[in-house]
Write a protein of this length. Structure first.
Length: 111
């Protein structure tokens, strides 16, 4: 069953901790809607986007005595992570459609 193949692929993705409320609905002869709630693995997501900002530690160390500067650095990092989650959802949606071209609609929610 393709649905189980997709669920297995999602659960093997390092960003995905667990899935909830998975539904695949046949809409027509060649059209399926796939819906799932994803529990992202917070530490894995945070590490990926931390590694993409190699100067983050230096910025924190340099500004650790300046609360306003430190707050800006942390807000910018959090914004990067949140934007990154959107990119992860887009990547996962694309992967699902590649695994089953009959899936025309993908609705992923962060749990």
């Amino acid at each position: 069953m393709k649905r189980q193949m997709i669920v297995s692929a999602l659960l093997q993705d390092p960003m995905v901790q667990s899935l909830h409320h998975v539904k695949a609905i046949q809409l027509g002869a060649n059209a399926i809607s796939f819906k799932a709630e994803i529990e992202f693995d917070g530490p894995v997501v945070a590490k990926k986007y931390f590694d993409m900002q190699p100067d983050l530690v230096a910025q924190v160390q340099k500004n650790h005595n300046d609360p306003a500067a430190l707050e800006k650095i942390l807000i910018d990092y959090a914004s990067t992570v949140v934007e990154g989650l959107g990119d992860e959802v887009d990547r996962i949606e694309k992967m699902i459609k590649q695994k089953d071209p009959d899936i025309k609609f993908v609705d992923l929610e962060s749990n």
